[in-house]
Design a protein around this ligand. Structure first.
Ligand code: FAD
Ligand code: NAI
Length: 472
């Protein structure tokens, strides 16, 4: 192994956490390298997560809309056919464009891109096994940032082959539409990928252990509304149901389920089973044990508030440590961790990280759920406004969903905002800003929103929390 000159910062992992940290560090004038083993930058998010799933969600929505929702708009179409190969190509074009874009940003900012698998071999030392198979190289760094991300949690007894028993990685790459798909887990991946294949013609059943869909963090009202909407679109749900195991035969898969209460058993048949029961931190081969960096019982690397492990110059960000597994959360941490290194201070407001589920309509939220507010014992107001009373939504014939504000009864300060509706993912940005600035519902209610826009529903929900809406 040869030795290279010392870097100020070496980032392990080129996902949203790692690549943002690397660019930020280089911008701060630090000699920076980023080590990535997958052969492309962008991590889970760009390669097999956020981006490919959103491409398929967008294009499957257009297909579904052409089949079911254009006649009433005065558009007659005939001979509509799905070309799945082309839909996958469109997805790949978006992915490669964006991953190459990060390579360009690395060059522009002077980040060294090292292609290989990194293992910690000392407190300042990293061994890299190059992707091209050459002999290992050793790198030295004053500071190390670990951003190795996460992987799908497997379901015991159902071996993943990414063709018939799949994770989200298989679900963004199927070569035919399955006749029947079972989704284990009604969280965000289950509902997004379930929507894609349901729109393309698959008979999709979601089996969820809990009594509500949406995964952790979704407000109960929103989860109920979303389930109604997705059921109308053709998805089937089995809530409060445990998957016990499955039999994989040559021509079909049998999944055995049991009611969580009462124990009633049933067997469901499928061609493809999507395992979407959560993700877990990924540290395989990283060599944490070589330097004594510790993980908790769920495999998350333990850090303090400045992202430091017990070796202070080794910091950790993104999915591999605590908190929501979201790309924008990883990015914020990447910036903050570098600011701690370069300036000695940094900040992420964890109370104002938005969540978005990109179904149609979208679901988006920030801050506390009503259940969480209730648990604090605080008195609160609810203001909600349905899109069915919003002029733009009515004009667009796209009126499902609502905006819900939860505010402190005494101070009117916004505690949480929950939206189901067209473009909710964009609309929530206003809510995030409101939370960041400690806004009250009155602040929003007195702010002019252009007419006719969907955002007027946002304003009117704030009016409903603060006094009364005009249009409902
Ligand atoms: P990752 O993106 O996982 O990147 C880690 C990188 O480190 C990987 O590329 C890996 O190859 C590399 N690596 C690991 N070990 C080593 C090593 N020893 N040496 C070198 N390299 C290594 N989040 C959103 O906010 N919005 C979405 O719409 C969204 N959609 C998603 C859809 C799906 C299907 C999935 C699976 C996830 C989605 N997520 C979404 C979550 C998002 O992808 C993650 O939160 C985000 O990628 C985390 O970023 P990260 O940098 O922590 O890790
Ligand atoms: P999740 O945690 O969102 O949902 C998993 C669901 O599976 C939960 O509802 C859970 O109760 C259920 N479950 C767990 N074990 C089960 C079992 N044995 N049987 C039946 N149900 C079971 O996890 P998911 O959907 O896998 O996504 C992982 C993470 O990826 C998300 O938490 C999110 O952080 C990220 N992601 C974000 C997206 C976005 O921001 N739009 C899109 C996709 C993923």
């Amino acid at each position: 192994a040869s030795e290279t000159p010392e870097h100020d910062v070496i980032v392990i992992g080129g996902g949203p956490g790692g690549y943002v940290a690397a660019i930020k560090a280089a911008q701060a004038g630090l000699k920076t390298a980023c080590i990535e083993k997958r052969g492309a930058l962008g991590g889970t998010c760009l390669n097999v997560g956020c981006i490919p799933s959103k491409s398929l969600l967008n294009n499957s929505h257009i297909y579904h809309q052409i089949l079911h929702d254009v006649k009433n708009r005065g558009i007659d179409v005939e001979g509509v056919k799905l070309n799945l190969t082309q839909m996958m190509k469109a997805k790949e074009t978006s992915v490669t464009g964006l991953t190459k874009g990060i390579e360009y940003l690395f060059k522009k900012n002077g980040v060294e891109y090292i292609k290989g698998t990194a293992t910690l071999t000392g407190e300042h030392e990293i061994k890299v096994n190059p992707l091209d198979g050459g002999s290992p190289e050793t790198y030295n760094a004053k500071n190390i940032i670990i951003a190795t991300g996460s992987e799908a949690t497997p379901f015991p007894g159902l071996e993943i082959d990414e063709q018939r028993i799949i994770t989200s990685t298989g679900a963004i790459a199927l070569t035919e539409v399955p006749k029947k798909m079972i989704v284990i887990g009604g969280g965000i991946i289950g509902l997004e990928m379930g929507s894609v294949w349901s729109r393309l013609g698959s008979d999709v059943t979601v089996v969820e252990y809990l009594g509500a869909i949406g995964g952790p963090g979704m407000d109960a009202d929103m989860a109920k509304t979303m389930q109604k909407i997705l059921s109308k679109q053709g998805m089937k749900f089995k809530l409060n149901t445990k998957v016990m195991g499955g039999d994989i035969n040559t021509d079909s898969i049998a999944i055995n389920v049991e009611a969580a209460k009462g124990g009633k058993q049933e067997t469901l048949g499928a061609d493809v089973v999507l395992v979407a029961i959560g993700r877990r931190p990924y540290t395989t081969g990283l060599g944490l044990e070589n330097v004594g960096v510790e993980t908790d019982e769920r495999g998350r690397i333990i850090i303090d508030q400045e992202y430091r492990t017990k070796i202070p110059h080794i910091r950790v960000i993104g999915d591999v440590t605590f908190g929501a597994m979201l790309a924008h959360k990883a990015e914020e941490e990447g910036i903050a961790a570098v600011e701690y290194i370069s300036k000695g201070y940094g900040h992420v407001n964890y109370g104002a990280i938005p969540s978005v589920m990109y179904t149609h309509p979208e679901a988006a939220w920030v801050g506390l759920t009503e259940q969480e507010v209730k648990a604090t014992g605080k008195d609160y107001n609810i203001g909600s406004f349905p899109f069915s009373a919003n002029s733009r939504a009515k004009t667009n014939l796209d009126t499902e969903g609502m905006v819900k504000f939860i505010t402190d009864k005494e101070t009117d300060r916004i505690l949480g905002i929950h939206i189901i509706g067209p473009n909710a993912g964009e609309m929530i940005a206003e809510g995030v800003l409101a939370l960041e600035y400690g806004a009250s519902a009155e602040d929003i209610a007195r702010t002019s929103h252009a007419h006719p826009t969907l955002s007027e529903a946002f304003k009117e929900a704030a009016m409903a929390a603060f006094s009364k809406p005009i249009h409902a």
